[in-house]
Design a protein. Structure first.
Length: 197
């Protein structure tokens, strides 16, 4: 799989829920608005989890990752195995997959939890585990659904630092949601404000 080049379109929405946007590699966009305004619904459509009722969605990314505010990890396998699972689907050699997972756990300060199952972890640790999985996968496109509102400042700083580094390389695009623009990481982010219900 080829790495996307900075500025390459990875996601395009045309008339989806009244919105048109183009998300390029190296760019982040945040949909913000009050509870119930459709932020998560828009993110689910953009990610291909829900079909649009109108408009078009075009996706050019090959490796897509998600960070959800709740859940998001397979509960009956360890945190390390949650990071390894998508890498095995990429048919990576075990040694490379394990090295990537180990490095991602280290980046997010999660090595101590590697052998734990998600059910025994705090929600904050599970969210960081999802960011670590995206890092191990070397995702092209990352969807983050209001996860930063669930993180303490130190944990949010780890995720922000990783996002800033990856966006700076120009090979990752990020679509986030949040209730307020202040809850969105201080990244070079385009804000799309959605109206209330």
């Amino acid at each position: 799989m080829a790495e996307p080049r900075a500025g390459e379109p990875l996601l395009e929405l045309d008339g989806v829920r009244g919105l048109s946007l183009r998300l390029l590699a190296g760019e982040a966009v945040a949909a913000v608005g009050p509870l119930g305004c459709g932020k998560t619904a828009l993110l689910r459509i953009a990610a291909g989890l829900t079909p649009p009722e109108s408009g078009e969605r075009r996706l050019a990314a090959e490796r897509i990752a998600f960070v959800f505010r709740q859940g998001g990890l397979v509960r009956n396998i360890t945190l390390a195995d949650n990071l390894l699972l998508p890498l095995y689907y990429q048919a990576l050699p075990s040694s490379e997959a394990e090295a990537r997972a180990d490095a991602a756990l280290e980046t997010f300060g999660l090595k101590i939890f590697a052998s734990e199952r998600p059910g025994g972890l705090s929600n904050e640790t599970r969210i960081l585990g999802q960011f670590a999985r995206a890092a191990a996968l070397t995702a092209d496109l990352l969807f983050v659904d209001d996860a930063f509102s669930q993180l303490t400042r130190p944990s949010a700083a780890k995720a922000e630092r990783w996002l800033a580094d990856e966006l700076g390389k120009g090979c990752l695009a990020v679509m986030m949601t949040g209730v307020e623009a202040q809850a969105i990481p201080q990244l070079p982010t385009r804000i799309v404000e959605l109206a209330g219900p």
